[in-house]
Design a protein around this ligand. Structure first.
Ligand SMILES: Cc1cc2nc3c(=O)[nH]c(=O)nc-3n(C[C@H](O)[C@H](O)[C@H](O)COP(=O)(O)O)c2cc1C
Length: 408
């Protein structure tokens, strides 16, 4: 399967500036992530950057020519063309020297010239030694750049280049920068700005004794993809997560829970402020009726565990919903799919239900893809989507959520 492209990156031109810091080796991975998501990546390197990573690396990763010189033959107007074509500009790493030049409007190399010539949003990702970052001159440059409308990602506090110990100055991981570029690319539409979106993800665990539990195979991928997409679209996002098999997304605030009851309480609290609730978690329906306080020992005999039913989160938190909030539920069914899903849509007062067929290949738990059918309140026709990656499914769900929000 070829790599699935992803809104908002797909077919968008991203100008990826690389200045001469040691972290530029990580920018190669960022170029790869952007290209993989479908962006057309124009890499512009400073002369110093080419001392660290060869342009050929970026050329091979992006499949496009790499630009290095303002005065290269046949490329005299690159700074204007590249700057105009870009939907977003990101400079990673941005060296102290580069920041100083950008803060004072210099244009003596291709990258700084592009910054002045572009009207696209610009993200700078400073990375340097901790003392260079702490220097009053660098702080003043950073403040000036923010005043000028550039966005800056604060460096991480972590291990610096060999022998330099640790401190603030380290470039954030490529995945983090990638997510921020996505938010930048959504900006023009910024459909969920000012909206509070709550997403649940993952399984829950119900204790049998201090070391064992009842759970299910949910990885949390679907919910994490929805939370990530909602954040890219400008929402402030709370992810209420059971134990996830995948990393939590960038930018969202995460509430970790263990049992279905804890998830229920967290949802109830979050609903007070939520414009949108997406219940993508797979909370355990049952819990052991009695939790042993010590580890159960083998007895050589069969042992029965009595289970009692957990509360249904959507039903039991219904009165906590705000007027006009858009509520999305998920249903994993094996039989009478559409009928069961329609019943849930009504019984739980949902706006949208996302139906997974548990028998379908490439759908549901643990896989990267999903094939779902959407049922929307008030529209009788189910919308059957093709096999998509989970991030792609997340974007379709959020498109429908935005339609509902607009209609209110
Ligand atoms: C091994 C080495 C590592 C460097 N790492 C950084 C760095 O991480 N951040 C930084 O701001 N400068 C770093 N520098 C200094 C820059 O390369 C130098 O200031 C250069 O002029 C930056 O040019 P540019 O901004 O045009 O890319 C490093 C220099 C060397 C020799």
């Amino acid at each position: 399967m070829t790599e699935p492209s992803l809104r908002p990156y797909a077919n968008r031109r991203v100008l990826l500036g690389v200045s001469g810091g040691i972290a530029s080796y990580k920018t190669a991975w960022l170029a790869r992530l952007l290209s993989k998501a479908g962006a057309e990546v124009d890499v512009v390197m400073t002369r110093a950057a080419t001392e660290f990573v060869g342009p050929v690396t970026f050329e091979a990763l992006t499949g496009r020519p790499v630009h290095t010189g303002l005065f290269d033959a046949g490329r005299a107007l690159d700074h204007i063309h590249l700057a105009r074509a870009a939907a977003a500009v990101v400079v990673a790493p941005a060296t102290a020297d580069f920041m100083a030049r950008a803060a004072t409007g210099q244009a003596d190399d291709l990258l700084t010239a592009c910054l002045l010539a572009t009207e696209a949003p610009v993200l700078l990702v400073p990375a340097m030694n901790d003392r260079m970052w702490a220097h009053a001159q660098t702080r003043a440059n950073a403040a000036r750049l923010r005043e000028l409308g550039y966005r800056l990602l604060d460096p991480d506090d972590g291990v610096l280049a060999a022998g330099e110990g640790s401190g603030p100055g380290r470039m954030p991981e490529p995945e983090t920068i990638f997510a921020h570029v996505g938010r930048l690319l959504e900006d023009s539409a910024a459909p969920l700005v000012g909206r509070r979106v709550v997403v649940t993800a993952g399984p829950t665990r119900e204790a049998i004794d201090p070391v064992r539990f009842v759970s299910n195979h949910s990885s949390g991928r679907m919910g994490v993809s929805i939370a990530a997409a909602a954040w890219r679209r400008g929402a402030s996002v709370t992810l209420i997560a059971g134990p996830l098999a995948v990393p939590a997304p960038v930018g969202v605030s995460v509430v970790r829970v263990e049992s279905t009851e804890e998830m229920c309480q967290a949802v109830e609290q979050a609903l007070a402020e939520a414009d949108v609730l997406v219940m993508a978690a797979a909370p355990a329906d049952y819990r052991p009726a009695n939790v042993a306080t010590s580890k159960l020992k083998k007895t050589g005999q069969p042992r029965a565990i009595e289970l009692e039913e957990n509360a249904d989160i959507l039903r039991s938190t219904r009165s906590a919903r705000r007027e006009g909030a858009v509520i999305v539920g998920f249903a994993l069914e094996t039989d009478d799919l559409i009928e069961n899903a329609k019943r849930k849509l009504d019984a739980k007062a949902l706006d949208l239900i996302v139906l997974n067929d548990a028998k379908e290949q490439g759908a549901g738990f643990g896989v990267e893809t999903n094939r779902v059918t959407l049922l929307t309140r008030g529209s009788p026709e189910p919308e059957r989507l093709p096999l998509l990656s989970k991030p792609q499914v997340a974007d379709v769900i959020l498109d429908r959520v935005e339609d509902r929000l607009r209609g209110r």
